[in-house]
Design a protein around this ligand. Structure first.
Ligand code: MN
Ligand code: MN
Length: 463
């Protein structure tokens, strides 16, 4: 069947709804640039929609009934939103899963030093970045400093128009002969990504050593009550500074930091919250996980037992808990692993295979498999599951496309799909195509954002 751009099929009213939806998305993306900031924002939205904190419910010994809505927050970096259905949990869940961590530069535990009368931060990159993309950009700091007294200070510098921004320098072309002769992957190393944070040598009335660094420490002390040692218990991420913007003279796209994968997280959360007032047949779950970009490891990554354990807690409160019922619940579930894909880019047509390349404005992309080379590391969804999804999407007139990430031997990628598939539930990737994936600023088409949100809602309601 010949498909067309959504711009040709959306009514004027649909385009207006899409634009309104994307305004909300841009506002979210302009302030939520870390997994913690996403978790905070999503909890606030969920509480407004009637979700309650699982741990408070456990303490109170509440009995959960169909229609009840619960959230579980794992260390401010991973979040589950659960809306209970009429069917017993052992019948299975409808799960939307996305990740809320994005590639970035993290400050090292001892980041601050002075070199040649500049105060600098050492960084350690997180996730798959092309290092040359991170120089000469306005950068911001987002994160937390945990102090020994138990308090946690939130840090955001570089976003308010009155804030300063930070940055990593590059060599002027006039002196770039040696650098320009290096392969692009070697021209910048991880240890080159040092952030310039100041140059003012302020007298301190003591010795004359490291006056720029000492001045920076005074600024941090005034603003956050922190000492230099407190960086040891801080998580501060260096991210691109500035707001998400419309992209294109026709405003058809959105330019933002961290579309991968907050674009799927935001659309999934909104899809589930839209259904908050109903009592569904199946239980709905939106899973928002951390650490996908570094292998889904750690206590807040998808490989942790958090999801399984907290679903056991919920089953206990809802009645009918048993180890066997948990296993049945997991096996009987169906999931959309929602993660971004590589949209066809005419500037780099050579890495795509045109018949199977996801196109901008053709709706979210179903990936039967991801992986690399011979599908290595892939979850390969069954034909039967894809047929079910085709049916519900076609019935609801939700547009989607089937695609591959790029040419077979060009590389590849993975998502959290294979981790949930270990329970032998049905899992498939459904996400939004991007340009510049993992670059400081990524691009997505507005119709794909809106259509993904519609697809997630149809998945929860109709599968
Ligand atoms: Mn991703
Ligand atoms: Mn990624």
């Amino acid at each position: 069947m010949a498909k067309k751009s959504l711009w040709l099929t959306y009514s004027p009213e649909a385009i207006q709804k899409m634009n309104e939806f994307c305004e909300g998305y841009k506002a979210f993306m302009s302030t939520c640039k870390t997994e913690r900031e996403c978790t905070d924002a999503f909890i606030e939205m969920a509480e407004k929609a009637g979700y309650r904190n699982l741990y408070a419910l456990i303490r109170e010994g509440v009995t959960l009934v169909p229609g009840d809505k619960v959230y579980a927050n794992n260390r401010e970096k991973m979040l589950m939103l659960v809306q209970l259905g009429k069917e017993p949990l052992a019948e299975g869940l409808r799960i939307l899963g996305a990740h809320i961590d994005s590639p970035r530069l993290d400050l090292k535990p001892h980041p601050l030093y002075e070199d040649s009368e500049f105060a600098m931060f050492k960084t350690h990159y997180y996730g798959g970045i092309k290092k040359f993309q991170w120089v000469t950009l306005p950068l911001a700091l987002h994160g937390v400093v945990a102090l020994k007294d138990g308090s946690v200070k939130k840090v955001v510098i570089g976003e308010d128009p009155s804030d300063p921004v930070l940055g990593i320098s590059d060599i002027l072309p006039h002196l770039g002969k040696d650098q320009m002769s290096k392969p692009i992957g070697e021209a910048f190393t991880g240890e080159d990504l040092n952030v310039n944070i100041g140059n003012a040598a302020m007298p301190d009335g003591e010795d004359e050593k490291e006056l720029v660094k000492k001045n920076i420490l005074r600024i941090l002390k005034d603003k956050y009550g922190m000492e230099e040692d407190d960086f040891e218990s801080a998580e501060i991420e260096v991210v691109p500074a500035g707001a998400a913007r419309d992209f294109g003279l026709d405003r058809s796209m959105v330019f933002a930091y961290g579309h991968d994968d907050r674009i799927c997280a935001y659309t999934s959360v909104l899809a589930q919250l839209d259904l908050a007032d109903m009592v569904p047949e199946k239980t709905y779950v939106t899973l928002l996980v951390d650490k996908e970009e570094i292998g889904s490891v750690g206590a807040t990554g998808m490989h942790s037992k958090f999801f399984e354990n907290e679903m056991a807690e919920i089953m206990e409160l809802a009645g009918g808990y048993s180890e066997l019922n948990i296993r049945r619940m997991l096996k009987n579930s169906a999931m959309l692993s929602s993660d971004v894909s590589a949209g066809f880019d005419p500037n780099y047509a050579g890495v795509h295979e045109k018949n199977n390349a996801p196109l901008f404005s053709y709706g979210p992309v179903l990936h039967k498999y991801t992986g690399s080379r011979g599908k290595g590391g892939s979850n390969d969804a069954t034909a039967e599951y894809i047929a079910q999804l085709r049916r519900i999407f076609d019935d609801a007139e939700v547009r989607f496309q089937l695609g591959e990430l790029g040419k077979v031997d060009q590389g590849g990628g993975g998502t959290i799909a294979y981790i949930l598939a270990q329970y032998s539930m049905d899992v498939i990737d459904l996400g939004i195509p991007l340009h510049n994936m993992h670059a400081p600023w990524e691009v997505a088409a507005k119709p794909d954002i809106f259509e993904a949100y519609r697809a997630y809602k149809v998945f929860l309601e109709k599968l």
